[in-house]
Unconditional design. Sequence first.
Length: 128
Amino acid sequence: MLFLLNDRVLDVGDADATLRASGFPVERLGPAPSPVAVLEAARATFLANPAFHRGESPQVGGLCALIHLSSGANAALFVVPDGAHATAQVGVRLADLELLMIAKLAARQAGAPLDPAMLNREVWAKAG
């Protein structure tokens, strides 16, 4: 499964297997975490490290898998404003992109990093 996290497309593979192998601390969310609990954990993750999505840690894929499993989304945007000090200040948007669109983004990314302005125009402005 492909997942767009901010300005990066990741191949998460099987979401359940990826989450189990990732080491993302899902157990702290309790059994069958709600989408609200998952997004709060994701906000806390991005507040602590706004460049989290650029890392190579398996936890990046684990977070994508967890978001997908809890909400059905295959795209998430987290925006941490300068000076933010609380998770409530971290903006979040979710979307369920068509496979063709996310595959095109993955192909573009293979040649160069995705442009955030292009993503805003072509993904987030159309996601509603």
